[in-house]
Design a protein around this ligand. Structure first.
Ligand SMILES: Cc1ncc(COP(=O)(O)O)c(C=O)c1O
Length: 375
């Protein structure tokens, strides 16, 4: 059985309840893979791809080695080439921009909406130039970006759209899942994600047969048929072990996401009377990969330290906007993106997982109240 963490502390994420609930089917799936002798791609991966495509309501799903690879391969499949500009958000995990730069393309950062933490669509059009090839919105923390407004902008300027769905599996706008809203979607199965493996894994989704075909080639050294390499690709194949375990977890993803939404609604009620903190809106299609509040008046770091002393683990996603990271700082020194910078200074992600108990949430919010009173 999984190792028990320190019972006194509330971790930012507890994977144990899900593992315990699914221990038997996960063990059976792992054994099945060991006994099969097929460890890379193969029938487990094919079955997972079919099931994931069905769950996400897309025509094609291609299993890959990581979410980062899904972004890189997705951009290549959509025709992004060296020197092209790709418009994205600076308030994301570094991999979003890294994928663009790794292809020799140029990330163009547009600021975020303060409420959703997602790309501000009203600022996209003025960032478009003759070299813009694609848009790369991120559905940050599990809340879909405003794809309803992004789609017409992309259509008007003939741009491709790759969705960064690393944090948003199962999130929807109306009845359409993220990953099927743009031209392609990049998912991550890093263990802490809403659908997490036991190592790295990723997926590219698309409704275009040509995009899926190129992705299948790129993940396997540019091969269409064995030892007949047609392009420079990668070793980015999904392992059978990951696929088999993800198949088990995928069956429970909808209820796990519902559990996260319930926990988010409960936090909202508990935090409502607390001053000095801004809670996120609990929107219908949000899957709350993170429950991220703002701690106002420059008190975030002190509050976080105080919570840590009380045994409450929190996280800061992300403390530095991407354009200010050392790797990019010089290049983007003249750029001001105030909403992203303010978010980086104020955000705090509270403990959340599908099975989090009400008493744990009450303890978290009581501790926040005490922390805010003492700093
Ligand atoms: C928004 C975002 N994009 C991309 C990635 C990269 O995914 P991976 O860690 O699977 O490479 C992650 C996760 O780590 C992420 O959160």
């Amino acid at each position: 059985m999984p190792i028990r963490p320190d019972a006194e502390r509330v971790p930012p994420l507890d994977l144990r309840p899900e593992l315990e609930a699914l221990w038997e089917p996960l063990s059976e799936a792992a054994l099945r893979v060991l006994q099969s002798g097929r460890f890379v791609l193969g029938p487990e991966v094919e079955a997972f791809e079919t099931e994931a495509a069905e769950f996400l309501d897309v025509k094609h799903a291609v299993g890959l080695n990581s979410g980062t690879d899904a972004l890189v391969i997705g951009l290549r499949c959509l025709g992004v080439e060296p020197g092209d500009e790709v418009i994205t958000t600076p308030f994301s995990f570094f991999a979003t921009a890294e994928a663009i730069s790794s292809l020799g393309a140029i990330p163009v950062f547009v600021d975020i909406e303060p409420d959703s933490f997602n790309i501000d669509v009203s600022a996209i059009e003025s960032a478009i130039t003759a070299r813009t090839r694609a848009l790369l919105p991120v559905h940050l923390f599990g809340r879909p970006a405003d794809m309803t407004s992004i789609e017409p902008v992309a259509a008007r300027h003939d741009l491709r759209v790759l969705e960064d769905c690393a944090q948003s599996i199962g999130a929807r706008i109306g009845d359409r899942a993220t990953g099927g809203l743009g031209d392609a979607g990049a998912f991550s199965f890093y263990p802490t994600k809403n659908l997490g493996g036991v190592g790295d894994g990723g997926l590219l989704t698309t409704n275009e047969a040509g995009v899926a075909e190129t992705a299948r080639m790129l993940r396997n050294h540019g091969e269409r048929s064995r030892y007949n390499n047609e392009m420079l690709g990668y070793n980015s194949r999904l392992d059978a072990m990951q696929a088999a375990l993800l198949r088990v977890k995928l069956e429970h993803l909808e209820s796990a996401n519902a559990g996260r939404r319930e926990a988010a609604a409960r936090y909202g009620e508990l935090l409502d009377p607390v001053e000095g903190i801004e809670a996120p809106e609990v929107t219908v299609g949000h899957v709350f990969h993170q429950y991220t509040v703002r701690i106002l008046e420059g008190r975030r770091d002190e509050v976080r330290e105080c919570l840590d002393a009380k045994g409450i683990g929190t996280m800061v996603y992300y403390p530095i906007p991407i354009h200010r990271l050392p790797v990019y700082a010089e290049c983007y020194a003249g750029i001001e993106l105030p909403a992203s910078e303010a978010a980086a200074a104020e955000v705090l992600s509270l403990p959340i997982w599908p099975e989090i108990e009400e008493e744990t949430q009450v303890r978290v919010v009581d501790s926040i109240r005490q922390a805010l009173a003492s700093v």
